[in-house]
Design a protein around this ligand. Structure first.
Ligand SMILES: [Zn+2]
Length: 327
């Protein structure tokens, strides 16, 4: 089974958990206990976690309009970017690092190759002539592409400063403006965003976060936790039972590098009241075994018992496999 199918299964599990969670009694933890739990989350250089960030709203990801993601805890780290500027590890439609995507607000008519080139050149000029100091050598305006009847333009940057300034620039083409729709920050190469889906929501979010902290301790230094909630209209106050069972963890490797082989492929939440084995998704995650049947708990190919490779009905092609059997 492919990674995407696994993800889909996890999402379904999450929905099931949501329904189960809605029938369960509310958490027995008091507010004070929860605050103490949050303070147990790993800190950077001894700093206290910014508990005030618990309710910080974060923009909804384009691909998941029914949900919103909120910060649970963030370190006071100057390299921390907004959540929606990190690429979701389960999405195939992510931008390159240091790139911002703009939507053209002018006519959506077809453009010739020459006109598309003109658009890229005029946008580059308009940015460099704007009040925001960006040099021509710091940006690369790619040719616009049509998506669902609208023109989009990706602009890559070569410096952190240019990336930040570009958020304020006002590119234009034929007197029509552009709207910034998505970005991927030039975050440090030793930072990694992990996504955990399908967590049993009956455990309570703070217990879940502290369990994650225990399980990834020693693998990465945690910089931030975000959780996904059902989106509510503006006039409805957020509620804890809106949590959907998805948590994002931003971690940093030691010595300015990330060793993905040390990261877990799964978390079990064995210390919680409702344990469950769920996948952890991140860029560079080792392949998950798709040969073993569902009677075996999910595992990575590198951890696979040899019997799945010896089945005449299935095949698995991986350097970790001791014997590749063709169908
Ligand atoms: Zn296996």
């Amino acid at each position: 089974m492919s990674k995407r199918k696994r993800t889909s299964t996890s999402a379904n599990d999450s929905e099931d958990d949501e329904r189960e969670g809605s029938n369960s009694s509310s958490s027995s933890e008091s507010g004070d206990e929860e605050a103490d739990d949050v303070k147990n989350v790993e800190t950077r250089d001894g700093e206290e976690p910014d508990v005030g960030d618990v309710t910080t709203p974060v923009d909804t990801k384009e691909s998941e309009p029914r949900y919103e993601v909120r910060a649970i805890w963030t370190a006071k780290d100057p390299t921390l970017c907004a959540f929606d500027e990190y690429p979701d590890p389960t999405s195939r439609k992510t931008l390159a690092k240091g790139t911002r995507r703009f939507r053209y607000l002018g006519p959506s008519s077809q453009l010739s190759w020459r006109e598309r080139t003109d658009m890229a050149q005029e946008v580059a000029r308009s940015i460099c002539l704007s009040n925001w100091p960006i040099k021509a050598a710091e940006i690369f305006v790619q040719a616009p592409k049509m998506r669902k009847g609208e023109w989009y333009l990706d602009i890559a940057t070569t410096t952190q400063k240019a990336y930040e300034q570009l958020a304020h620039a006002e590119p234009s083409f034929r007197s029509h403006a552009f709207e910034l729709v998505s970005s991927c920050a030039p975050f440090p190469s030793h930072h990694i965003l992990m996504r955990i889906d399908g967590i049993d929501v009956r455990n309570g979010l703070l217990a879940i976060v502290n369990s994650i902290k225990e399980e990834v301790h020693g693998c990465v230094r945690i910089i931030a936790y975000w959780a996904r909630f059902r989106h509510r209209p503006d006039d409805d106050a957020p509620a804890s039972d809106d949590f959907t069972g998805t948590v994002y963890v931003l971690g940093a490797g030691n010595d300015d590098k990330i060793e993905t082989e040390k990261l877990p492929g799964f978390l079990d939440f064995k210390d919680l009241q409702w344990p469950k084995r769920v996948g952890v998704w991140y860029d560079g995650r080792p392949a998950e075994c798709s040969a073993c049947n569902w009677s075996v708990s999910r595992h990575l190919v590198r951890d696979c018992e040899a019997q799945c490779c010896h089945s005449k009905r299935r095949r698995i092609s991986s350097p970790a496999c001791p014997e590749v059997v063709e169908e």
